[in-house]
Design a binder for this molecule. Structure first.
Ligand code: HEC
Ligand SMILES: [Cu+2]
Length: 356
């Protein structure tokens, strides 16, 4: 495997225009980019200077006859054709080496599942634990097995210099090794943010740390995928130790004892993508609003009607296409195997609070 530290000039660490370098790829990618940029700049400046200089030097006054074709200079022609072609081959080779390295996950990488949907991310940590944030271990090669439940998305972590398209109907893989751990903010800072936010959805942009108090790297969708593409973002947190990462995953696995079902239902609504299709204020999004939904009666696409009771809500979550609401497209993904019974009961409890 390529060791980027052995690339010449690799110690040119901080770049003027790139974000922080936080993975083992970052240095190599920036180095290749900068090298190609500077080679291009040298040629651009040289060619423009020659162009202007010749234009002035060979300028003829009006009326003077133009020079006929000047003669050929073979050594010069060979020099400026063959010389730069070595440079082009060099650019190709350094680019291809980095590329192959990025496309080949090392054996035994730590694996995390990723599901991309319109418009959000669900990371699968195994054992039935799902969460929209991507949590990783410092210095651990990590492989993402990615799939899309609808259209083409692209997972991009600028600080890692890692990007890969996610095409529906197949698995797409990428890997990286995080090299910078996420700091934790002070308890005071976290507590005051929590107090300010109350039970509203967390504002990552505003606080620049997660609800668990970690600083983060940005993760974007980089493939235009519809109306809310620009909101298809999440965060990457890098833990220093395996114990810390395991503790975080365990904490997210199920409803904590001290959290009431309806509050957990609200958390799931925000974290598991329901919010991107279902509003809670009565407005219509991709799907019907959850406001006043529980207990109501409405028409289905096949002409029959249904009363929204717990069984129907449960079925809507596990088999969304079984009964499609009139006036909507059957685009809701199934959450079968992704939400536990307690999760679904919590969502039902939450929907009831929205219909009081
Ligand atoms: C990609 C958009 C999308 C996402 C994400 C989504 N839904 Fe839906 N949902 C829909 C659409 C569209 C419908 C209406 C069509 C249908 O019945 O399939 C619907 C219907 C429903 C219904 C029945 C509503 C009614 O009026 O009878 C419930 C309940 C529901 N969704 C719950 C959820 C929950 C809970 C989540 C998150 C865990 C969720 N949905 C995530 C799009 C979505
Ligand atoms: Cu997308």
């Amino acid at each position: 495997m390529l060791d980027h530290n052995q690339l010449p000039l690799a110690d040119v660490n901080k770049s003027l225009w790139f974000p922080e370098q936080a993975s083992s790829f970052a240095e190599g990618v920036d180095w290749v980019y900068d090298t190609i940029l500077y080679i291009s700049l040298v040629f651009f400046v040289g060619i423009v200077i020659a162009l202007v200089w010749f234009a002035i030097k060979y300028h003829k006054k009006k009326g003077e006859p133009a020079e006929s074709q000047t003669s050929h200079h073979t050594p010069l022609e060979l020099l400026w054709s063959i010389g730069p072609s070595f440079l082009l081959v060099y650019m190709f080779v350094v680019g291809a080496i980095s590329y192959l390295d990025m496309r080949t996950p090392p054996e035994g990488s730590y694996e995390i599942g990723v599901e991309a949907y319109k418009w959000g991310w669900t990371m699968d940590y195994g054992g039935g634990t799902y969460h929209p944030e991507l949590h990783l271990l410092l210095d651990e090669p990590t492989k993402l097995s990615m799939r899309s439940s609808d259209v083409i998305h692209s997972l991009f972590i600028p600080a890692f210099r890692a990007k890969k398209d996610i095409v529906p109907g197949r698995y797409n893989y990428m890997w990286f090794k995080p090299t910078v751990a996420s700091e934790k903010v002070s308890d005071d800072e976290l507590a005051s943010a929590k107090k300010e936010t109350g039970t509203d959805a967390w504002d990552y942009d505003k606080y620049q740390f997660t609800p668990d108090g970690y600083r983060f790297f940005d993760l974007y969708c980089a493939e235009y995928c519809g109306k809310s593409h620009s909101e298809m973002q999440t965060v990457v947190v890098v833990h220093e130790t395996q114990e810390e990462l395991d503790a975080w995953i365990k904490e997210k696995a199920s409803r904590p004892d001290d959290v009431a079902p309806d509050a957990w239902g609200k958390t799931l609504y925000n974290q598991r993508g329901c919010a991107s299709c279902h509003s809670i204020d009565g407005s219509k999004r991709v799907g019907p609003s959850f406001k006043d939904l529980a207990g109501s009666t409405h028409a289905l696409a096949d002409g029959s009607s249904v009363t929204v009771d717990p069984n129907y809500i449960r079925e809507s979550i596990l088999e969304p296409k079984a009964k499609v609401v009139a006036g909507y497209n059957p685009v809701m993904p199934s959450y079968k195997g992704q939400l536990s019974d307690d999760d679904i009961d919590s969502i039902i409890a939450y929907l009831k609070t929205l219909a009081e």
